[in-house]
Write a protein that binds this ligand. Structure first.
Ligand code: MRU
Length: 364
């Protein structure tokens, strides 16, 4: 995506293809800072501390972390150690496991001296595939937006509500939930986005709003509790969110609060779509509530908010009494029955085992 006159991805390499660079997302929206990842530890910390976040980008960063951790002639024990270090960084997004397994499966059979070159090529391939996948998600999802616009005689903007950030910053490029929006706008369809702020880390306010502003797309920021009210008043045409892990039966695990939006959408007959690449499907899990590990992050993220003060300096303020503790589950599961459809790179399917198997028959 473009920032000013430059095209950026959320992760890229420079020079000899081995200098890994990212946008430090903890500094947005007020500062645009590019950071280098020079070691396995840098990559692992970037994932744990959320300099990079979003399921597909976590996977791409893990792939480069693998490359950075491989010394010349890396042994099988080195592969084990690198995989363990990366997989422990964040538990919910399945792309992390997916990327580590993909790198491991490619590298383990190779002679030791060939492993490093192969790893760099594979990490680059994962990034290219992610971009192509998300572009395809964008094309399929834009059809939904176009249909709503045409059904109402092309009058006014289509109002899309999204939660958290599943835009290009959460992937290598394009995004998942926002890819249909970018694609539809490119095709000349007027789209307006309702952006949930997404407490506690405010990825909606700091990242989604920033992306949309950069792209010149009409949007408003909402407190997390406003979506249901807007749906009751006919001001949301459809919801599109991302997912960190999708079960084989179509349950989706996404940023905390997604489930409540899906409930409100169902109560108001607003279509609720989830956009995802095949790499976020965990074919080994059928029941999302019982089977997906939910990351619990520090209560500090709930007790404090960070932002820019009126004097222009960045600051962190406590919003609860000193003695109050906080619980901070980072994700929740929306059962398949509340999901209107899954927008994948292979097309749109019902959120069900049959729907997913029809699109991914090789998983039978
Ligand atoms: O905790 P985060 O910011 O990594 O959570 C991100 C989300 O929940 C996204 O919606 C999800 O990863 C899909 S990203 C394309």
């Amino acid at each position: 995506m473009r920032i000013g006159n430059e095209h950026y991805r959320s992760i890229w390499t420079e020079g000899d293809g081995r200098r890994v660079r990212i946008i430090d997302q903890t500094r947005l929206p007020h500062e645009f800072v590019v950071a280098d990842l020079a070691s396995l530890d840098d990559a692992a910390r970037a994932i744990s501390d959320m300099l990079v976040r979003g399921a597909p980008l976590i996977g791409a960063t893990a792939a480069y972390g693998f490359c950075l951790g491989l010394a010349a002639g890396a042994t099988d024990r080195d592969l084990d150690r690198i995989g363990r270090r990366l997989v422990g960084c964040r538990p919910t997004a399945v792309n992390l496991h997916w990327a580590v397994q993909r790198m491991d499966a490619l590298l383990r059979p190779l002679p030791l001296q060939e492993r490093s070159d192969a790893a760099w090529q594979e990490a680059a391939a994962i990034c290219e595939e992610d971009v192509a996948t998300n572009e395809a998600i964008g094309r399929h999802g834009a059809e939904l937006i176009r249909r709503i616009w045409q059904d109402r005689g092309q009058a006014g903007a289509v109002h899309v509500l999204t939660h958290c950030n599943a835009g290009w910053l959460a992937t290598v490029d394009w995004g998942t939930a926002l890819a249909p929006v970018y694609m539809a706008v490119r095709e000349g369809i007027p789209v307006h986005v309702w952006v949930d702020e997404t407490r506690p880390r405010n990825q909606g306010a700091s990242l989604t709003a920033w992306e949309l502003a950069m792209a010149g797309i009409d949007h408003h920021l909402l407190v997390d509790n406003a979506g249901g009210h807007l749906m009751q008043h006919g001001r949301v045409d459809l919801c599109i969110v991302g997912t960190d892990r999708t079960t084989a039966t179509g349950d989706v695990c996404n940023k905390i609060g997604t489930y409540l939006k899906a409930l409100a959408a169902r109560d108001n007959q607003v279509p609720f779509y989830v956009a995802l690449p095949g790499s976020t499907i965990d074919w080994s899990v059928d029941d999302g509530v019982a089977g997906i590990p939910i990351e619990e992050r520090s209560g500090e993220e709930v007790l404090f908010v960070t932002g820019r003060c009126d004097d222009g300096r960045s600051g962190r303020v406590r919003i609860a009494p000193d003695a109050t503790p906080a619980l901070n589950p980072a994700f929740d599961v929306t059962p398949a029955r509340l999901v209107t459809g899954l927008i994948t790179e292979r097309g749109i399917c019902p959120a069900s085992a049959e729907g997913l198997r029809a699109l991914y028959p090789e998983q039978r």
